[in-house]
Design a binder for this molecule. Structure first.
Ligand code: IPE
Ligand code: IPE
Ligand code: MG
Length: 242
């Protein structure tokens, strides 16, 4: 299907929250919620480019999620591996280029290699820039960029942004719309730099219940908002002339 907003770069980031509660409410183990959450990822990735999204960053596992019980962490890592194996072809067919952001040195054996394989295989896809955050902490990303800068003079915002983004990317992309499902109203250490001027959308729906219509509704709400970036809104700008 043709994109509704061709040529207009739109970066949506999603904190995919609520899998555990979804399962618990049904008397199921939390891991059942994570499994269901993977289905939502498939739906949302497919819907994203149809709805005019050019970049989609999904928070899959935070650096603080290592605090969870071993069994849950193992299940999540297993699902990530399974997703990479089963989705690679579908991603490429759909024109999605996959990049994983976050640390790779603490992942279970072999997972970093599998990530690299899908990244390489999808490197030339141009329909959707799909970024998945795994073992990701925005504060760690900012601290690493500061360490990489090293010099005593202050970097420009642009120079610093280049150090925060994934290696090889010209710069990290500012987030236009940040969605969090599951009802909590916090950022949980996700894209703190990139979301400086993001429009925030907190949705009560639990991630396994989220779908194309919810994404479309969030985008419709986003398009009604006036982004001012510290300047004056259109009405005020006109009023201030003369
Ligand atoms: C989000 O769902 C998925 C991850 C953090 C990996 P949760 O597992 O946090 O679900 P809740 O918030 O406990 O319902
Ligand atoms: C944020 O959700 C991380 C992901 C969705 C991957 P959490 O469930 O870990 O966040 P907190 O603990 O409620 O802040
Ligand atoms: Mg949660």
């Amino acid at each position: 299907m043709q994109s509704t907003l061709i040529n207009q770069a739109l970066h949506v980031a999603i904190i995919m929250d609520g899998n555990g509660r979804w399962a618990t409410r049904r008397g199921l183990p939390r891991t059942a919620g994570h499994r269901e959450g993977v289905q939502t990822v498939r739906r949302v990735v497919e819907a994203a480019s149809d709805l005019g999204v050019s970049a989609l960053t999904l928070f899959a596992f935070s650096s603080d999620n290592w605090r969870r019980p071993d069994t849950e962490v193992r299940a999540l890592m297993g699902l990530l591996r399974h997703y990479l194996r089963t989705e690679c072809k579908r991603l490429i067919d759909g024109g999605a280029r996959l990049t994983v952001i976050g640390r790779r040195d603490r992942l279970p054996r072999g997972l970093a290699d599998e990530i690299g394989t899908v990244e390489q295989a999808s490197a030339n896809c141009q329909q959707l820039d799909l970024r998945v955050a795994i073992d990701y902490s925005a504060r760690d990303a900012i601290a690493s960029a500061a360490a990489a800068w090293g010099a005593s003079d202050l970097p420009s915002r642009e120079a610093f942004a280049r150090l925060i983004g994934p290696a090889g990317e010209a710069r990290c992309r500012d987030v236009d719309l940040l969605i969090r499902t599951g009802g909590e109203k916090r950022l949980s250490d996700f894209l703190l730099w990139e979301a400086a001027y993001a429009e925030l959308c907190f949705i009560d729906t639990l991630w396994p219940d989220f779908g194309r219509d919810d994404l479309a509704a969030a985008l419709a709400d986003f398009r009604r908002r006036e982004r001012r970036f510290g300047g004056l809104g259109q009405g005020n700008a006109l009023a201030s002339v003369g």
